[in-house]
Design a protein around this ligand. Structure first.
Ligand code: ATP
Length: 320
């Protein structure tokens, strides 16, 4: 018997695959302040500052992708606002406008994965905003760095710093950035007490104490024993005495960091995190246990030079 012929299957005409939606990701690194001086109060109500910023490798992760519909912000960490109170939202809205687009930002989903503790003086919100500017600029067709700088200073005082990172001097409200020679690498032990301090609170305590005539001695200068041409970072933070007066635990943690071998220790920004600088990783690791016992937790990080920062914070294109 003749074998029955199988019906010939015709291949369906080949269609070009739809382009995968684009997804751009970037790390948003935290900072510590190696020095922070309040020089005065300005007519616009802001404080005039002179600060030394330093980026560290602790980071959040920002991802932006195309998604039809209104602009949406997602973050699983409790307490992170998902509307225009979030600096990422504000950065997105400001960039959209600066690019000359009409209406509200749209067709974009931004996801934030938080690792930087909040209300800690580590610049988490500002770092996220700067990373958002980078990823959204890529997703929305590009923008020159000069435009990103302009938009960044309208979003937050610390945001412009995060467009370049490394070691830098911040003047004005902190938004006027001058790169400094990178501090040689240090290991950084971060201790965040079980309470946060909002930036507004720290400055109002500073103002209250001055108005009441409280004259706390300025913290001791801690010149870092490393070959480094800058004397700008003396680990003095003018916000530390008023915050420490309300939260003496900060003084206890600072002393414990020094006792555990830190070459210098200070509160970062408006607090509540305190950080210790160590020359070696083993030295910092040894200090972790007593600090974690005292304060509940201690996180090990390290300083990032400007070149390291540039390489690590660069937006990465991913196909979904
Ligand atoms: P800074 O060092 O700039 O003073 P901070 O480290 O003390 O800031 P943030 O982590 O920036 O504090 O957050 C402070 C508050 O800002 C949070 O409690 C939250 O309500 C709000 N916020 C706005 N945007 C963000 C964001 N992207 N991530 C976390 N908090 C944000």
């Amino acid at each position: 018997m003749k074998p029955r012929r199988q019906p010939v299957k015709r291949a369906a005409p080949r269609r070009a695959p739809a382009p995968a939606p684009r997804r751009i990701a970037a790390r948003a690194h935290a900072k510590v302040n190696l020095d922070l001086r309040v020089l005065g109060t300005r007519a616009d109500g802001y404080h005039e500052l002179r600060t030394v910023f330093q980026t560290i490798d602790l980071h959040d992760m920002l991802t932006a992708q195309e998604k039809p519909g209104p602009f949406v912000l997602k973050c699983r960490t409790p307490g992170v606002p998902l509307d225009d109170r979030n600096l990422v939202w504000r950065a997105g809205a400001a960039l959209w406008k600066a690019l000359g687009r009409a209406g509200d930002p749209a067709d974009t989903l931004v996801t934030i994965e938080k690792a930087i503790p909040m209300q800690a003086g580590l610049g988490g919100g500002s770092a996220d905003a700067a990373a958002a500017l980078q990823v959204l600029a890529r997703l929305w067709g590009g923008a020159p760095l000069s435009l990103l700088r302009e938009v960044a200073s309208g979003v937050g005082s610390d945001t412009p710093f995060f467009l370049s990172g490394g070691t830098a001097l911040g003047l004005g409200r902190g938004e006027e950035i001058y790169p400094l020679v990178d501090l040689p690498r240090h290991w950084v032990l971060l201790v965040r007490p079980p309470f946060g301090v909002s930036t507004a609170e720290a400055y109002s305590w500073y103002d209250d104490d001055r108005a009441a005539g409280v004259r706390e001695p300025r913290g001791e200068l801690q010149i870092l024993p490393v070959p480094w041409p800058s004397r700008a970072a003396q680990m003095v933070n003018d916000l530390e005495p008023p915050v420490m007066r309300r939260h003496p635990e900060i003084g206890t943690i600072k002393a414990a960091l020094r006792e555990a071998g830190a070459v210098a220790a200070a509160m970062s920004g408006s607090g509540s995190a305190i950080f210790g600088l160590f020359r070696t990783r083993p030295g910092a690791v040894r200090a972790m246990r007593p600090l974690a016992k005292l304060a509940g937790s201690a996180v090990l990080s390290r300083t990032l030079s400007r070149a390291e920062y540039e390489a690590r914070a660069r937006p990465i294109l991913r196909r979904v």
